[in-house]
Design a protein. Structure first.
Length: 65
Protein backbone atom coordinates (compact mmCIF):
# COMPACT_ATOMS: atom_id res chain seq x y z
CA UNK A 1 0.00 0.00 0.00
CA UNK A 2 1.19 3.50 -0.83
CA UNK A 3 0.37 6.45 1.43
CA UNK A 4 0.20 9.97 0.02
CA UNK A 5 -0.02 12.95 2.33
CA UNK A 6 -1.57 15.69 0.19
CA UNK A 7 -2.74 17.84 3.09
CA UNK A 8 -2.17 21.49 2.29
CA UNK A 9 -2.17 20.83 -1.46
CA UNK A 10 -4.85 22.45 -3.56
CA UNK A 11 -6.67 20.57 -6.29
CA UNK A 12 -5.77 19.24 -8.74
CA UNK A 13 -2.48 18.23 -7.02
CA UNK A 14 -3.93 15.47 -4.77
CA UNK A 15 -5.64 13.91 -7.81
CA UNK A 16 -2.48 14.19 -9.89
CA UNK A 17 -0.46 12.43 -7.17
CA UNK A 18 -3.10 9.68 -6.93
CA UNK A 19 -3.27 9.21 -10.71
CA UNK A 20 0.52 8.92 -10.93
CA UNK A 21 0.67 6.30 -8.16
CA UNK A 22 -2.05 4.24 -9.86
CA UNK A 23 -0.43 4.57 -13.30
CA UNK A 24 2.87 3.44 -11.79
CA UNK A 25 1.22 0.17 -10.75
CA UNK A 26 0.05 0.73 -7.18
CA UNK A 27 -2.83 -1.58 -6.26
CA UNK A 28 -3.87 0.24 -3.07
CA UNK A 29 -3.29 3.92 -2.39
CA UNK A 30 -4.34 5.71 0.77
CA UNK A 31 -4.37 9.48 0.42
CA UNK A 32 -4.94 12.25 2.93
CA UNK A 33 -6.27 15.48 1.45
CA UNK A 34 -7.89 18.49 3.06
CA UNK A 35 -8.94 20.51 0.00
CA UNK A 36 -12.78 20.62 0.00
CA UNK A 37 -12.82 19.63 -3.69
CA UNK A 38 -10.52 16.64 -3.20
CA UNK A 39 -13.21 13.96 -2.92
CA UNK A 40 -14.66 14.62 -6.35
CA UNK A 41 -11.28 15.12 -7.98
CA UNK A 42 -9.90 11.92 -6.47
CA UNK A 43 -12.98 9.95 -7.52
CA UNK A 44 -12.54 11.13 -11.11
CA UNK A 45 -8.83 10.28 -11.10
CA UNK A 46 -9.51 6.79 -9.73
CA UNK A 47 -12.32 6.12 -12.20
CA UNK A 48 -10.12 7.19 -15.11
CA UNK A 49 -7.81 4.22 -14.46
CA UNK A 50 -10.49 1.74 -13.38
CA UNK A 51 -9.94 1.98 -9.62
CA UNK A 52 -12.52 2.33 -6.84
CA UNK A 53 -12.34 5.18 -4.36
CA UNK A 54 -13.68 4.85 -0.82
CA UNK A 55 -13.81 7.37 2.00
CA UNK A 56 -11.95 5.92 4.99
CA UNK A 57 -12.61 8.91 7.24
CA UNK A 58 -12.89 12.66 6.80
CA UNK A 59 -9.98 13.71 4.65
CA UNK A 60 -8.70 10.15 4.16
CA UNK A 61 -9.45 8.15 1.02
CA UNK A 62 -8.46 4.74 -0.33
CA UNK A 63 -8.21 3.83 -3.99
CA UNK A 64 -8.05 0.15 -4.96
CA UNK A 65 -7.78 -1.78 -8.18
Amino acid sequence: MIHIDARGMRCPWPAIRLAKALRDGARVVEIEADDPRAGGELANAAAAVGARLAVVSEGRFRAER
